[in-house]
Design a protein around this ligand. Structure first.
Ligand code: AMP
Length: 139
């Protein structure tokens, strides 16, 4: 099934100049970028995006980290895009991520872990319209 998923290149990866490295992995895996923007999130935006995690102990720190520098926000489209993107990213904790994944290669810690990807169709359905209107996405 052709799906869409939300991807964020987080502030740690943007500051390391590895935007191109990460996008190349998506493209080589057959995922198409159908929307892309770069922005420096406000605390309110980061908290709104991570609303599902509001009760977690790391919520405040995560929202602060996500506002520490600019991010690249993309909508990726392709066959099984949600699972494919998660496989490319690797486990949340880079120490546990498989060799060759984005997080194993480029992430520093469980918080500064280089990328975000929607974890389910329901998450993608919340996350994509959080940042993109229909008109921002190519058809
Ligand atoms: P997810 O919605 O699965 O991307 O999770 C949100 C993000 O929270 C992860 O990508 C990490 O950056 C962060 N996170 C998850 N677990 C922890 C943790 N135990 N400590 C700090 N940050 C975490």
């Amino acid at each position: 099934m052709i799906e869409r998923t939300l991807s964020i290149i987080k502030p740690d990866a943007v500051s390391k100049n590895v935007i191109g490295d990460i996008i190349r992995r998506f493209e080589q895996a057959g995922l198409k970028i159908v929307g892309i923007q770069m922005r420096h999130l406000t605390k309110k935006e980061a908290e709104g995006f991570y609303y599902v995690h509001r009760e977690r102990p790391f919520f405040n720190s995560l929202a602060t980290f996500m506002t520490s520098g600019p991010v690249v926000i993309m909508v990726l489209e392709g066959e099984g895009a949600i699972a494919k993107n998660r496989a490319l990213m690797g486990a949340t904790d880079p120490k546990k991520a498989d060799k060759g994944t984005i997080r194993a290669d480029l992430a520093d810690s469980i918080e500064a872990n280089a990328v975000h990807g929607s974890d389910s169709p329901a998450s993608a359905a919340f996350e994509i319209p959080f940042f993109f209107s229909q008109l921002d996405l190519v058809r």
